[in-house]
Design a protein around this ligand. Structure first.
Ligand SMILES: [Zn+2]
Length: 168
């Protein structure tokens, strides 16, 4: 098990547009495995390449339905090709220290992309699963959930983070 270090806001790699992946090989499979191990170690529900300093279009998403289960989906080059409905729900992020906020997302989405072997994916996701995918796809485009909250809340978080970093 190889754990990767999770980078936190305001690290610049979190603002990068992740590059499309074209090589489906052992190195990619190892990266996906390391990302899943890291996600579970940190008790996250999703992790994108940017968050470990690798600006490539890969994300892992927890799809376990029971406690102690470690079932995850690897999404390569994911695209949200359709979205419908709108729902507000709480989000946090392993790269955004000590903060969560309500964010509006599509309730139902269609996702296309590839799996870790390069096989084409095309599926519908709803509710919590759809929310996590939208959050991770955002990461791959350099967007954080705090970009999607009100200016007032952003300013409040900025002050909180400043204090947090000063006391470190
Ligand atoms: Zn995140």
């Amino acid at each position: 098990m190889a754990l990767r270090k999770i980078l936190t806001h305001p690290h610049p790699v979190l603002r990068e547009q992740a590059a499309k992946i074209t090589g489906f090989n052992a190195e990619l499979r190892q990266l996906a495995k390391d990302m899943a191990d890291t996600m579970y170690e940190e008790q996250g529900v999703g992790l994108a390449g940017n968050q470990i300093g690798i600006a490539r279009q890969i994300a892992v998403i927890d799809i376990s339905t029971q406690d102690n289960e470690k079932k995850y989906l690897v999404l390569i080059n994911p695209v949200i090709s359709e979205g419908e409905g709108c729902e507000s729900g709480k989000e946090g992020c392993l790269s955004v220290l000590e903060y969560d906020a309500k964010v509006e997302r599509f309730k139902k989405i269609r996702v296309t992309g590839q799996d870790v072997e390069g096989k084409q994916l095309d599926f519908i996701a709803e509710d919590r699963f759809a929310r996590i995918i939208q959050h991770e796809v955002d990461h791959l485009h350099g967007t954080l959930f705090i970009d999607r909250i009100s200016r007032l809340k952003q300013d409040m978080y900025k002050r909180k983070l400043k204090k947090l970093l000063e006391n470190k």
